[in-house]
Ligand binder design. Structure first.
Ligand code: R5P
Length: 285
């Protein structure tokens, strides 16, 4: 089995390779004089079982991933498993206003063309899987998050909205603490508000768990709500740290701990979901 990765996910893929004792293949990436991208995988992958790793976050990562998948496919491997640690563009998985494109459908179809199965990590909505006929699994990072917070004396796990409750419940069950969600109302893309609700937070150490931190608006506001309700300490954990406009620095100033997984590498990516994904793939073969 070989692992091949885009540049931005090479850390994630390297940890997967080390964990599973697999070979991480070298990928040549360069630009032609006119700026067009060139990708080559010198390793002979014919009849090999290949794991490709890449995010769909930026335009550059998307193009690199598609070229990489073609370079793999052209060598005729026996099977290609696509691991997408952060499946960007998955928040637009349906039409909200007439005339829109469905970005998650576009990417799902483009990836599917060259792979046999797809593994994502906490994809924003599994509805994106309906756009592919490939075998799909969404690996849940909840247990990785729980593992990283044992010993923090957490008394309560909070989801910043109802959609995040299931994840908070899994973390809460693992940490043997109760869980709950806050009633969120999104005002616009950077502002959220919370409805008044009874929260039993007084003197408690609370862990807020979400899938994505983008602008940080959701987390900042939920920290304020929990502190106003008397929380002693508030920790924040999320799977994907996009951290737009210095969100991480702002959040870490008002909390007792901020951590995200290594699906996107940041200064706060202290939780290795890459190890757990490697174990998972090893287990299903
Ligand atoms: C919302 O449904 C998601 O789970 C996140 O809570 C949201 O995308 C975070 O965005 P932001 O950090 O910009 O509030």
């Amino acid at each position: 089995m070989y692992i091949v990765s885009t540049q931005k996910t090479s850390d994630f893929a390297g940890k997967m390779a080390a964990r599973s004792m697999l070979h991480l293949s070298y990928v040549e990436k360069k630009r032609f004089p006119d700026g067009e991208m060139y990708i080559r995988v010198p390793e002979n992958l014919r009849d090999q079982d290949v794991i490709a790793v890449g995010n769909t976050r930026t335009d550059e990562e998307i193009l690199e991933l598609l070229l990489l998948l073609d370079a793999i496919e052209e060598q005729k491997p026996s099977r290609t498993t696509m691991v997408v640690p952060y499946f960007g563009y998955s928040r637009q998985h349906m039409i909200y206003r007439d005339g829109e494109s469905i970005s998650s459908k576009v990417l799902m179809r483009a990836i599917s063309y060259s792979v046999d199965r797809i593994i994502t990590v906490d994809i924003h909505d599994e509805a994106s899987f309906k756009y592919t006929d490939r075998e799909c699994t969404d690996f849940k990072a909840a247990k990785t998050i729980a593992k990283a917070h044992r010993g923090h004396g957490i008394d309560l796990v909070v989801a910043p909205d109802d959609g995040a409750l299931k994840r908070a419940e899994i973390v809460g069950n693992d940490l043997k603490t109760p869980s709950m969600f806050l009633h969120k109302k999104r005002i616009n893309s950077t502002t959220v508000e919370y409805e008044k609700q009874d929260i039993d937070a007084k003197g408690k150490n609370i862990l807020i768990v979400d899938d994505i931190i983008s602008t940080g608006g959701t987390i900042m506001r939920s920290v304020e709500v929990l502190k106003a309700a008397g929380a002693k300490k508030v920790f924040v954990a999320a799977t994907h740290g996009l951290f737009v406009n210095g969100a991480a620095q702002k959040i870490s100033k008002i909390t007792d701990g901020l951590s995200v997984t290594d699906t996107i590498m940041t200064d706060y990516s202290t939780m290795n979901v890459s190890d757990d994904v490697a174990d998972y793939i090893g287990g299903i073969k």
